[in-house]
Design a protein around this ligand. Structure first.
Ligand code: SAM
Length: 251
């Protein structure tokens, strides 16, 4: 795919995603701060990006930590094609079509190498709890002691009053930031499906995306318990706005 075409659709993706998280860029910065802190002066830290989509996180990570070796994993061929075509030339990023719902997905992702960090943004809520527990165990298995998982995602609050409050705070933030009128998820996909330049390359099925609209509704406490059970040593939140968090889990 042409690099300019991909870059246009990735930019449009980023605007669309900001509709749902006004402080997405700050969340990226915090997530990368954690990776930078934990990987220290390692010559070539090895980092996985889970549910990388069109590469928004991996690209930013690579721009700040150009010495990092990054593997982005996603099950959506169209989003991965955007990621590959828009990858900056110097970036040490590989993108692999892999489904986190399949057993041993991590073998082809890490290929025998020890992980220094794993990152994910707005993706792990797509996995059912029992499947996410397996993915957490898989990550613990291949991560070096002291390595980190950093997950930026929205978490569910079991308390209805607090849930309503975080939703209200988020809505007001979106209005103040002027992102509440941004193109939404459905419109982005509909526009992609109608773009003749994309239709010439991708099938109708690929341009429909793989989203089922599922969300696992796991709370921060549920994530923490699953991670400790999986073998991570410490878990905590390093950033929050409304129901959006950056969780860090140390192996
Ligand atoms: C909302 S997008 C976020 C993409 C990117 N991380 C970002 O922040 O822009 C969620 C991503 O998770 C991916 N995903 C969902 N379920 C997956 C699975 N079972 N295996 C791999 N990727 C998955 C989707 O294909 C999609 O790219």
């Amino acid at each position: 795919m042409d690099q300019d075409l991909a870059a246009r659709w990735v930019a449009r993706w980023d605007t669309q995603q900001e509709r749902y998280i006004a402080d997405r860029e700050e969340r990226f910065r915090v997530l990368i701060d954690v990776v930078e802190h934990v990987t220290g002066d390692a010559a070539e830290p090895f980092v996985l990006d889970l549910g990388c989509g069109p590469g928004s996180t991996a690209t930013r990570l690579s721009a700040r930590l150009p010495h990092a070796r990054i593997v982005g994993v996603d099950s959506d061929p169209f989003l991965l094609a955007l990621a590959r075509a828009s990858r900056p030339e110097a970036a040490k990023i590989d993108y692999r079509l892999l489904d986190l719902a399949e057993d041993r997905w991590h073998d082809p992702a890490v290929r025998g190498r020890e992980l220094d960090a794993a990152v994910s943004t707005t993706a792990l809520h797509w996995l059912p709890p029992e499947r996410l527990a397996v993915v957490y165990r898989d990550l613990a298995e291949v991560m070096r002691p002291g390595g980190v998982l950093v997950n930026g995602d929205h978490f569910y609050d079991e308390q209805p009053g607090i849930r309503a409050l975080t939703a209200a705070v988020k809505e007001r933030r979106a209005t103040r930031a002027g992102v509440d009128g941004n193109e939404d998820w459905k419109s982005w996909w509909a526009a992609a499906a109608e773009d003749p330049a994309l239709r010439a390359i991708f099938s109708d099925a690929e341009l429909r995306g793989t989203s089922t609209g599922y969300g696992n509704r796991l709370s921060q406490q549920a994530h923490a318990k699953m991670l400790l059970d999986a073998g991570f040593r410490e878990v905590g939140m390093v950033w929050q706005y409304g129901d959006d968090y950056v969780l860090a889990a140390l192996r």
